[in-house]
Design a protein around this ligand. Structure first.
Ligand code: GLY
Length: 442
């Protein structure tokens, strides 16, 4: 019998994780908690609240689960991995100490400073009076961030004083983000294309998955408010010296700093970078797979994802990586774990969202999906559920249309063709996902 794996979460990222696990030659038994209609096709969905650790531990005991993969940040930040470890389960995902890199942006800045890693200058504030006074002494635009995790909505790029003042007041006075926004960072605004680097690590060894790019703004040409991500593509073609620079100036020192602080880390460290004229800088860290980046990075894997997760959770990633081939003719030499990825392949996801997102939107709209066709394109479920109408919308980001191909344009075409066969009332999407040169600053 195959291993039993429990995937925690209910979004597009978790559907992509389940889909990749289901391709393992080991033929694992997969549970998703709580999962979604997409995971339900490949796994058994289980009605568990990831924020109630005793229930998750109880389920793992009853089912003798071999591995738990924790998808979203909230249960990681709340220490679900620690509870599961204490109960003797193997977990892919850091404990609360490691997850602080995402849950506390001021702490992440402190780690970066100790590690000597480039990141925009910042000041932290808990009082709106002090924050507004600070605005008098700095140049705009600025980036203002809620220190805690705010579902991707706690960041504003403010180009004038009115915008900055209103976001500061929303965070510190109106408590729009609850506790997550009671302390803020005001950060220097830097410019360049963004890059997401997902690093799988057991704290000692690490491998970097294909670099990807997310399109965060709601509008084409990167206009309008930030979202959780409206589409992504991988791999991003980088100049060869940049691979080594990202590894040696950012990833290596941060992992060394975590070890120096005795912070164990088994899971994904997601570095959100900006490629500035003076080199890559860290905008943020996340303690989990990116969404939608996971939807384009995992399909490029040419090695067994289940084995990668199992060896990481067991602290045996080094041994696993030793057995891997190099990056091949198309892969970069200076990218640890390049052999995990098929660099000849490209993948694009275009997110289909509900009209109004990231603001208010209507749920419960019937969804018509194209016939399943797993060859080079497929639908990832994110905000979907079943009602008496059948499959309906239940979130802002409803689904991801994924296309693969031998070139970026082929992958892009496959993703858009599939999305054009997908219907629900109020479906919106960006038409410029994976258009190189279409991304701008922020
Ligand atoms: N795509 C951005 C994130 O996962 O946080």
């Amino acid at each position: 019998m195959g291993r039993k794996v429990l995937v925690i979460g209910a979004g597009g990222r978790e559907h992509a994780i389940v889909r990749q696990l289901a391709q393992s030659p080991e033929d694992p038994i997969i549970f998703a908690a709580p999962g979604n209609p997409g995971t339900g096709v490949l796994a058994q969905n289980v009605d568990l609240d990831p924020l109630v650790p005793d229930d998750v531990v109880g389920f793992c005991r009853r089912e003798a689960v071999d591995l738990v993969i924790i998808g979203p940040e909230d249960p990681l930040i709340e220490g679900l991995a620690d509870h599961l470890h204490k109960a003797g389960f193997a977990v892919f995902g850091p404990g609360a100490q490691g997850a602080r890199l995402e849950g506390d942006k001021e702490f992440a800045k402190e780690v970066l400073a100790s590690a000597g890693v480039p990141t925009p200058h910042h000041h932290a504030f808990s009082s709106s009076r002090a924050a507004l006074k600070h605005l008098d002494n700095i140049e705009l635009p600025v980036v203002i961030k809620a220190c805690g995790a705010a579902q991707g909505k706690g960041v504003a790029v403010c180009s004038n004083r009115d915008e900055a003042e209103s976001f500061i007041r929303e965070c510190l006075d109106d408590q729009r983000f609850g506790g997550a926004g009671l302390r803020i960072l005001i950060e220097e605004c830097i410019f360049g294309p963004e890059l997401s680097v997902l690093v799988v690590t057991d704290g000692q060894s690490y491998c970097m998955l294909a670099p990807s790019r997310d399109h965060k703004r709601i509008g084409e040409k990167d206009t309008g408010p930030n979202t959780g991500g409206m589409g992504a593509f991988a791999p991003v073609d980088l100049p060869s010296d940049l691979h080594e620079e990202i590894d040696t100036r950012i990833i290596l020192p941060v992992l060394a700093e975590l070890r120096r602080r005795d912070i164990p880390y088994r899971g994904v460290l997601y570095a959100g970078l900006m490629l500035t004229e003076s080199g890559p800088q860290v905008l943020e860290f996340n303690c989990r797979f990116g969404d939608p980046e996971t939807q384009v990075v995992l399909p490029l894997l040419q090695e067994d994802f289940l084995e990668l997760c199992v060896s990481t959770a067991a602290g045996k990633l080094g041994g696993y990586l030793q057995g891997l081939p190099g990056g091949g003719d198309n892969g970069p030499d200076d990218w640890p774990g390049a052999g995990m990825t098929d660099w000849k392949k490209h993948c694009v996801v275009v997110v289909g969202a509900s009209d109004g997102y990231p603001g208010k939107y209507v749920k419960g709209k019937a969804i018509e999906l194209p016939e399943p066709d797993e060859s080079d394109r497929w639908i990832i479920h994110a905000g979907t559920t079943y009602s008496e109408l059948g499959l309906v919308t239940s979130g802002g980001r409803v689904l991801g249309s994924v296309g693969t191909g031998a070139s970026l344009s082929e992958a892009r075409q496959a993703a858009y063709d599939l999305l054009n066969e997908t219907h629900f009332e109020g479906l919106i999407y960006r038409r410029d996902i994976a258009v190189i040169g279409g991304e701008s600053s922020g």
